[in-house]
Design a protein around this ligand. Structure first.
Ligand SMILES: Nc1nc2c(ncn2[C@@H]2O[C@H](COP(=O)(O)OP(=O)(O)OP(=O)(O)O)[C@@H](O)[C@H]2O)c(=O)[nH]1
Ligand SMILES: [Mg+2]
Length: 227
């Protein structure tokens, strides 16, 4: 909080909303982290711009994850339960959060839905964030791992233009590799840019719509969960 003088007698207090919102989020995230730890739950925050393929990747990941781990999913969207419906029938409990306008999930929202899971019997909780390349980067949930999806159709400049998302990611999933011949995107630039923003993320290439490349991301994730 900063204090600025206005005139000779009046003092105006300025509260930095951004800082206080993030500090509050941090408090909730610590509570979540404790609760997840107590129950042996490993949490993943899956982020990307709208339509990069987060839900498609999850739909195709379950065949590898479910035989190895007890999985739960939280999915955030501004509106509708469509993503949660797409993930039904795979033996994975899915909870949909609607933010009604907010462009990201936050730690308090996650705390509010943890009760919906039998946490003692969950090994891996995957949180699909609201589609947005900016805001989700700032809001931690108490998760163990952050994964950012980028699809080839979004352009080769995105890592440079939205560095926070990729700098803070432990894994970068390049999706829609099937469309590579038709778009201006090359993996060499992508790899250089990921390093260039200071990220040490593991990079996976996939075409999730056909299920291609999803297995190696899942194998890597299973190893992370098992520690
Ligand atoms: N060609 C191609 N299309 C894909 C691929 N993966 C996903 N899509 C398509 O991309 C569109 C968006 O995919 P979603 O999985 O809904 O993306 P999302 O990131 O979950 O989107 P939001 O939740 O709205 O942010 C759908 O029409 C998918 O079929 C892929 O590997 N190749
Ligand atoms: Mg989705």
């Amino acid at each position: 909080m900063n204090t600025i003088k206005a005139g000779s007698r009046m003092t105006v207090k300025r509260i930095d909303i951004n800082t206080s919102v993030l500090a509050n989020n941090e408090t909730w995230a610590k509570k979540n982290a404790r609760r997840l730890e107590d129950n042996g739950v490993y949490a993943v925050n899956l982020m990307s711009s709208p339509g990069s393929g987060k839900t498609t990747i999850l739909q195709h990941s379950f065949q590898y994850l479910v035989p190895a781990l007890n999985v739960g999913v939280i999915v955030g969207d501004i509106a509708t339960t469509e993503d949660a419906e797409r993930m039904q029938g795979k033996g994975v409990p899915v909870v949909q959060i609607n933010t009604h306008g907010a462009c990201h999930l936050d730690a308090r929202m996650i705390s509010g839905v943890l009760d919906a899971f039998d946490l003692e019997n969950i090994d891996l909780l995957i949180i699909e964030n609201v589609g947005n390349l900016v805001c989700p980067a700032d809001f931690v949930f108490g998760e163990h791992l952050r994964a950012a999806v980028l699809s080839t159709t979004e352009g080769n400049d995105k890592v440079r233009k939205y560095p926070d998302m990729f700098r803070k990611a432990d894994a970068v999933l390049i999706n829609k590799m099937d469309l590579l011949p038709y778009v201006d995107f090359d993996m060499e630039t992508l790899r250089r840019d990921v390093k260039g923003v200071g990220s040490r993320a593991e990079i996976f290439e996939m075409a999730a719509r056909n299920g291609e490349g999803v297995e190696s991301w899942c194998r890597w994730l299973i190893e992370k969960v098992r520690g």
